[in-house]
Write a protein that binds this ligand. Structure first.
Ligand SMILES: CC(C)(COP(=O)(O)OP(=O)(O)OC[C@H]1O[C@@H](n2cnc3c(N)ncnc32)[C@H](O)[C@@H]1OP(=O)(O)O)[C@@H](O)C(=O)NCCC(=O)NCCS
Length: 343
């Protein structure tokens, strides 16, 4: 098929054929760009089109020819804070690359961003770690060609659960509790208990600006219990399994840190390690290690056959990386974060 003639249209989530073609495109991209990872599930992709938290506005644009989706752009736009930015995913089917589709989609995204009053576009590109695996690096070349400098660099790590040395984790866990005596561990599945919601909201806000962010233009978040509950509900509505843990200082009742792992509905291979943070007042007491090990074990109880967990860390985040390596995560690829300030 010729790609000379294609149009850019918004997605209609109820257009079955178009959504099928989008899912097919996403699966083709994943199989080509990340061959060792689970393919996007049709169920999950459909639910994502329908259920989004209030804290984010989403626009999706498709490059379509003869009813087939050749490429797509998703603009995630924070709605409560960071009103200046667009968090972009942009992908073109492997067999249709280098024909200008990415460029046309990106021009469209930048036009939409400007119309919506947003002046910063942030997106992501893969760089292979030469000693691990060679992956397609088109995104990195494309970003450079389109005026998107690298502003931060993260490593994606993967923890293959069958390879974890559980005896070593037992040892680490026991050691860690010696330094964390008095703290209380609270775990949950789904919605966090009311007693920790306030503290969780506070730490969720910090998560935006506490970890290293390089030269990314990220600004403080506005986060309260209502937002926390709404974001939880959006995930639960999509059938996501959400496993969380906090450590709490029982004296003050303060939530000192939290971590969360999510698994998509029907996902039999992959879990994603989401945010983890320990409040600066409580650092240096191995709370991060406790949270990570406890929640990883909670995941193993709920999904014993699951194969691996993935997570991303800034290359500058030595403490988090140290904990992740200790609990079994290993480097897999480098993700470059690229950013353009629109004139
Ligand atoms: C990045 C991506 C969207 C580009 O889509 P595309 O339709 O192939 O892009 P274009 O044809 O418009 O490419 C524009 C320019 O980018 C550069 N470029 C794109 N891919 C490249 C590659 N593999 N190697 C070198 N330069 C490349 C070139 O300068 C190209 O112009 P040219 O073909 O005239 O030399 C596509 O490769 C993709 O889906 N990659 C995986 C997802 C991804 O990395 N997205 C993040 C983008 S920051």
């Amino acid at each position: 098929m010729s790609t000379a003639e294609f149009e850019i249209i918004p997605i209609d989530p109820f257009d079955k054929d178009l959504v099928d073609s989008l899912i097919d495109a996403k699966r083709a991209v994943q199989a080509h760009d990340f061959p060792d990872f689970a393919l996007p599930s049709p169920v999950v992709e459909r639910l994502r089109l329908l259920l989004v938290a209030d804290s984010i506005k989403v626009e999706r644009w498709l490059a379509v020819a003869d009813g087939q989706v050749l490429g797509y752009a998703q603009l995630d736009m924070p709605a409560k804070d960071n009103l200046h930015m667009v968090d972009l995913s942009l992908e073109v089917r492997p067999e249709h690359r280098r024909r200008g589709i990415g460029t046309r989609l990106l021009e469209h995204v930048e036009r939409r961003a400007a119309e919506l009053g947003r002046d910063t576009v942030i997106t992501y590109a893969t760089e292979s770690l030469q000693d691990v695996v060679r992956l397609d690096e088109s995104g990195r070349h494309f970003a450079a060609a389109r005026g998107y400098p690298v502003v931060e660099s993260e490593i994606l790590r993967r923890n293959v659960l069958a390879d974890v040395d559980e005896d070593e984790l037992d040892r680490l866990y026991a050691e860690a509790w010696k330094k964390a005596e008095g703290y209380e561990l609270i775990e949950w599945v789904g919605e966090a208990p009311d007693e920790v919601a306030e503290g969780l909201a506070h730490l969720n806000a910090r998560m935006w600006t506490d970890p290293p962010t390089g030269d990314m233009d990220i600004r403080p978040a506005v986060y309260d219990v209502a937002r926390l509950r709404d974001e939880e509900r959006a995930l639960l509505g999509r059938g996501v399994l959400r496993l969380g843990a906090v450590v709490r200082d029982p004296e003050s009742g303060e939530v000192a840190g939290f971590t969360v792992i999510v698994v998509d509905p029907g996902g039999e291979a992959e879990a994603v390690q989401g945010d983890t943070i320990v409040d600066p007042k409580h650092r240096g007491k191995r709370l991060g290690t406790i949270l990570k090990i406890a929640n990883q074990r909670q995941l193993r109880r709920y999904r014993p056959m699951l194969r691996y967990v993935i997570t991303w860390n800034s290359e500058a985040n030595d403490h988090m990386i140290g904990i992740n390596e200790a609990v079994g995560y290993r480097r897999y690829l480098r993700e470059l974060i690229v950013q353009k300030k629109l004139a």
